[in-house]
Design a protein around this ligand. Structure first.
Ligand code: SAH
Ligand code: SF4
Length: 350
């Protein structure tokens, strides 16, 4: 007989947790206290939840677990603001989570899969291939981990999350969206939905589904090229979800939700950073509520392109602004020395 896997408490919404506790004939008050332990105080062990009555704790210990992800390795960037955590999962797989401090705010970059099936040529996660989806509990645990670290340091509250770590979040739609519900619960980590950014490679059915949800999260779409052929060369998933279909889905999303989309553009020298490329993206996004996020290419072992120089990035921005009235930002480069930058997250396979 195989042992029953205990229920991971991080997998449950507050309602589900309350149903679990009351289903055992305990008062919902204990569910509320447990929720605060999990998400307000970030207590990682049932044994330490001493304000719960012994009989509640015993039942919890028998049937559930707090799915804390042990730290396998932590690395600090020489930039002084970025720390990368290699976290272990129950099946010995590992993922990476990044804590970034910017002036006045802290952002956690969290993963949604072990590896990624989408195979973007310049991305280290894509280069490692796909292993599996993360569970809701494994996604939530990363945010709790970062909040626990901040609590133990200076008590800062985690206010921003980007789903831009390993994996394609819309390929793991249900687990990711349930995690968003838990992260935004007002009695827990209480993140503002508009402080959670989900970045997708352009999974069209996922974008259309997201448009129907009443969730004010921010959507970022990885574009990188403004023609079907150019995009397919960088992003193999574009062969399945073609550029015209993607842009139609983005238009539907913005019309349905009233929200703008952030379009990401990894700037690769000589590949997609010319003045003509800037005009192409300006034309492609004309009339759409949009902001362009330019990301200078970060180095990965499987791709030998070079990042665009800052003058070319500025020229790109200026064309977008002057000729199209299109706002854009250039993403600050963070944690490059410890491979914690965009697209650098990967787990070496033995
Ligand atoms: N899977 C999602 C989110 C993760 S990657 C997506 O692809 O959107 C977050 C962003 O980093 C994406 O826009 C991605 O294209 C970009 N990126 C990937 N590899 C990169 C690299 N080597 N340098 C710069 N940006 C990269
Ligand atoms: Fe996957 Fe995003 Fe990397 Fe593409 S860029 S391989 S979708 S994680």
């Amino acid at each position: 007989m195989t042992a029953k896997v205990p229920l991971n408490l991080y997998d449950l919404t507050r309602l589900e947790l309350t149903e679990l506790i009351t289903g055992w004939d305990f008062s919902p008050v204990h569910a509320a206290r447990l929720w605060r332990y999990l998400y307000w105080e970030c207590v990682g062990s049932l044994a330490d939840m001493t304000e719960l009555p012994a009989k509640v704790r015993t039942r919890l210990q028998a049937e559930t677990s707090v799915g804390v992800l042990p730290i396998a390795l932590e690395t600090d960037s020489s930039d002084g603001f970025t720390r990368k955590y290699l976290l272990s999962l129950d099946d010995a797989e590992r993922i990476e989570t990044v804590l970034m401090r910017f002036t006045g705010r802290v952002t956690a970059c969290i993963s949604s899969q072990v590896g990624c099936a989408m195979g973007c040529v310049f991305c280290a996660t894509g280069q490692m291939g796909y292993t599996r989806h993360l569970t809701t509990g494994e996604i939530v645990a990363q945010a709790v981990h970062v909040q626990r670290v901040l609590r133990s340091q200076d008590g800062t509250r985690l206010r921003n999350i980007v789903l831009m770590g390993m994996g394609e979040p819309l390929h793991n739609y249900d687990a990711v969206l349930k995690a968003v519900d838990i992260l935004t619960d007002g009695n827990g980590l209480s993140l503002g939905a508009d402080h959670i950014t989900l970045s997708t490679v352009g999974v069209v059915p996922g974008i259309l589904r997201l448009a129907t949800e009443k969730k004010a999260i921010r959507l970022a779409v990885s574009l990188h090229a403004a023609t079907q052929a150019g995009r397919a060369a960088l992003v193999p998933a574009a062969r399945k979800w073609q550029l015209d279909e993607l842009m139609a889905a983005c238009r539907t999303y913005s019309e349905t939700t009233g929200r703008r989309i952030f379009y990401e553009w990894t700037l690769i020298e000589g590949e997609n950073d010319s003045e003509q490329h800037a005009r192409d993206v300006g034309n492609l996004l004309r009339g759409l509520p949009a902001q362009v996020n330019l990301i200078p290419l970060n180095p990965t072992t499987g791709y030998d392109g070079a990042p665009t120089r800052s003058e070319a990035a500025k020229r790109f921005q200026k064309i977008l602004a002057d000729e199209f009235g299109m706002p854009s930002t250039v993403r600050q480069r963070r944690g490059i020395d410890i491979a914690a930058g965009c697209g650098q997250l990967a787990i070496a396979t033995q």
